[in-house]
Design a binder for this molecule. Structure first.
Ligand code: G6P
Ligand code: MG
Length: 221
């Protein structure tokens, strides 16, 4: 294992819940209900694609112009930004700091493969930016998760082969993207939702360098 590519929201910090609340608020405004089950389909999915999925759920794909859709996406993002305003290192999920330290000690490269355009800001607030050897810019990608592009770009930027990487994800779309990139995947969360992952752990506290090395070795080595 030469590199670990991390998703951000729901893996490094619990912003997945803020995305959910911000979309829910927008949904209420336009009469589309967003519950936790439907929210699973939004995890890992870009802002624009998330809005399109929400509109499709309410059979309102054709109800708004492009400009109106851009306004709605911007409004959701403004609400989301107020929610992340006060974030600090105390918001790093359990086990993540120790994992990043362990990876650094062993000279294993660290990359960020998040669809969020707020990713770099959040890493700054968590004071984790310096751990990351590469941060993929999602604005430069052609396709979002479950397409493997974000993980393949991360591996390329780090100068490693996909087979030498482990990807860590909390979303079904993300686990699919990692698998399509021909990488070993570790899912954090519900085994029913993340069943396609090489290994699923219930929470971030279970993520250790030893575990990632073991999962990678068993799958590839
Ligand atoms: C991540 C989250 C999604 C979010 C996407 C875009 O993948 O899991 O819920 O929609 O990033 O985030 P952004 O901050 O750019 O709106
Ligand atoms: Mg996520």
């Amino acid at each position: 294992m030469k590199a670990v590519l991390f998703d951000l929201d729901g893996v490094i910090t619990d912003t997945a819940v803020y995305h959910y609340h911000a979309w829910k608020a927008l949904g209420e405004k336009i009469g589309i209900e967003i519950d936790e089950e439907f929210n699973e389909e939004l995890k890992g999915v870009s802002r624009t694609d998330s809005l399109n999925r929400i509109l499709a759920k309410g059979n309102k794909e054709e109800a708004y112009s492009q400009t109106e859709k851009e306004t709605m996406a911007a409004e959701k993002n403004e609400l989301y930004k107020t929610m992340i305003e006060e974030m600090s290192p105390k918001d790093i999920l359990p086990g993540i700091k120790a994992l990043l330290d362990g990876l650094k000690e062993r000279n294993i490269l660290i990359g960020l493969a998040s669809a969020s355009q707020n990713g770099p800001t959040i890493l700054e607030k968590l004071q984790l930016t310096d751990y990351f050897d590469e941060i993929v810019d999602p604005a430069k990608l052609k396709a979002g998760k479950p397409d493997p592009e974000i993980f393949l770009t991360g591996a390329k930027d780090l100068g490693v082969k996909p087979q030498d990487c482990v990807g860590v994800e909390d979303a079904a779309a993300g686990v699919e993207a990692i698998a399509a990139a021909d990488m070993v995947s570790v899912g954090v969360g519900d085994a029913d939702t993340l069943g396609k992952a090489t290994k699923v752990v219930p929470e971030t506290g279970a993520l250790t360098v030893e575990l990632l090395e073991e999962v990678w070795s068993e799958a590839v080595g």
